[in-house]
Design a protein around this ligand. Structure first.
Ligand code: FAD
Length: 398
């Protein structure tokens, strides 16, 4: 295999930074280009999916690149779902009867920084920040970037390009607009958006700050309320990242109607009374943090001319209700790497065949998790509420 080939990876998020590391470990010359500033050097935006559920699928990709143990140091095990009813009762529903079966809560920036650090240690990786891809010349494997520092445009050419630039992918847009091959694309939005809030850690001097956490640490917390839902995942510093899923409109409680601090407090007092006391700056955070949309992107083919391949959310963005978007993106890297291994004995890699084989193997799985994730949205907000009701009845009749 000709390992001196130049690989251009566009998007240094979770998928792109893991792919860069793995391709460098295989000996390729890797250039990784990211639109945003280096997240290790700037303050993070508040309210943007700060922590994520990391499962075995995702760990498989991290293991392959030798960073599983380092990632696990950033993890908090969650043994089950803790369901909160409207009067503050809680029920722990374990994921499994076995103690060693759990999912992990992990910091998104923490994990991304780890992957960037590891990629940067490789002598054959160059990382460029503050460059936004504007267009890709698919047939010639070159991409044009806007340099946010100089405001100039630059072009980077490579032997092959990987588009890991997320749900709003510019690489995918170039494929959509190419008209030189049939490209199918669909994007479906949910009627709900999400907003992140924070349950802070107990201050150190508080007498009841036994664990530092204001509610049970080792669980994924859910407040299911039929049309709307709140979830919370623990962070290592004693805080929880809370995500509110709420309709945009056409409901008594929806983003459109919650326009004043009084309304926000009224809503939380009615639906999530135990949360109100845990979020001291509730209305301030509510009005500062952005509302994020929730959508599913499907497209095909993922490959153009054997020169460009989409991976991660750029190929298959999904709604977060199975907590599998990042996991699927890491699994992409693992599956891709397995197929690449098969082609390693060839003197020159036939990227076109490799890309096609990868998509044929992978697309049915990513389509399946996309549909399951939408189903689980309804399950979580409606049926977990039913679970509370049934368990309460059992307790009452016991
Ligand atoms: P991204 O993480 O979006 O990274 C894309 C990168 O490309 C970014 O760094 C971006 O700045 C960069 N970029 C974008 N455009 C350009 C451009 N034009 N030029 C150069 N760079 C560009 N998944 C889980 O597995 N578990 C969870 O618990 C979970 N929870 C979630 C909760 C919420 C609320 C949301 C919205 C998502 C959640 N996900 C979860 C999904 C997960 O966030 C994504 O699947 C994952 O981030 C995909 O990784 P990626 O690298 O493909 O894309």
């Amino acid at each position: 295999m000709n390992k001196t080939q130049n690989i251009l990876i566009i998007g240094a998020g979770l998928c792109g930074s893991l792919l860069a590391l793995r391709m460098a470990q295989r000996g390729f010359q890797v250039t990784l280009v990211e639109k945003r500033p280096d997240l290790r050097k700037v303050t993070q935006d508040a309210g943007r999916s700060i922590n994520l559920a990391l499962s075995n699928r995702g760990l498989r990709g991290l293991r392959l690149a030798g960073v599983e143990d380092a990632a696990k140091k950033l993890c908090i095990p969650m043994n089950g779902r803790m369901i909160h009813d409207k009067v503050g009762n809680t029920f722990l529903s374990p994921y499994s009867g076995r103690k060693d079966e759990y999912i992990n809560s992990i910091s998104r920036p923490g994990l991304n920084m780890l992957l960037l650090d590891e990629a940067e240690k490789m002598p054959n990786v160059k990382i460029i920040f503050n460059h936004a891809c504007e267009e890709v010349d698919l047939e010639n494997a070159s991409a044009t970037f806007k340099d946010f520092n100089s405001k100039n445009e630059t072009t980077i050419s490579a032997d092959v390009i990987f588009g890991t630039d997320g749900a709003g992918s510019a690489v995918r847009k170039s494929m959509y607009e190419s008209h030189k091959f049939l490209f199918s694309f669909s994007q479906q939005w949910l009627s709900h958006g999400y907003k992140e809030l924070e349950i802070p850690a107990f201050p150190e001097n508080e007498t009841n700050a036994e664990t530092g956490y204001r509610t049970y640490k080792n669980a994924l917390h859910i407040w299911p309320r039929g049309e709307d839902m709140l979830i919370a995942l623990p962070n290592l510093d004693g805080s929880f990242t809370v995500t509110l899923f709420l309709p945009y409109e056409n409901s008594e409680y929806c983003f459109e109607n919650l326009t004043s601090p009084e309304m926000v407090h009224e809503y939380f007092n009615k639906e999530f009374p135990d949360v109100v006391e845990m979020i001291p700056n509730l209305s301030e955070e509510f009005f500062t943090n952005p509302i994020g949309p929730l959508g599913t992107v499907k497209c095909s083919p993922w490959n153009a001319f054997g020169k460009v391949l989409l991976l991660g959310d750029a190929a298959h963005a999904i709604v977060p209700f199975y907590g599998q978007g990042m996991n699927a993106s890491f699994e992409d890297v693992a599956v891709f790497d397995e197929i690449l291994e098969k082609y390693s004995s060839e003197k020159t890699i036939n990227w076109n065949n490799l890309f096609k084989e990868y998509e044929a193997l992978r697309k049915k799985d990513t389509d399946a998790i996309a549909d399951l994730a939408v189903d689980n949205f309804h399950e979580m907000k409606e049926h977990t509420a039913m679970e509370i009701f049934q368990r309460k009845r059992k307790l009452e009749t016991a």
